[in-house]
Design a protein around this ligand. Structure first.
Ligand SMILES: [Zn+2]
Length: 85
């Protein structure tokens, strides 16, 4: 009982992740004309296509793992966001 419930939960989590990845893939193809998974595999930026190997700090590195944006593109994107109060 416990085992099967756990397996069901794991399956659900995996399923959600795949949907998320598919969603990211669709968005990146639409906006950047580039596959986010291919960009990540080659350590490239999904936005500008340049190498994304140099980051200012751990936060920017982590951000790359989420958004696949290089330091330069992260700066551009976050500069446009309104400041949080
Ligand atoms: Zn970039």
């Amino acid at each position: 009982m416990f085992t099967s419930m756990t397996l069901t939960n794991i399956y659900k989590i995996n399923n959600t992740m795949n949907t998320m990845e598919q969603f990211q893939e669709d968005i990146s193809m639409k906006f950047f004309g580039r596959s986010v998974s291919l960009a990540k595999a080659a350590n490239q930026c999904v936005c500008c296509g340049k190498n994304a190997t140099e980051f200012r700090d751990e936060i920017s590195k982590r951000e790359y793992r989420i958004s696949s944006l290089c330091q330069h593109c992260q700066d551009e994107v976050f500069a446009q966001l309104p400041e949080e109060d």
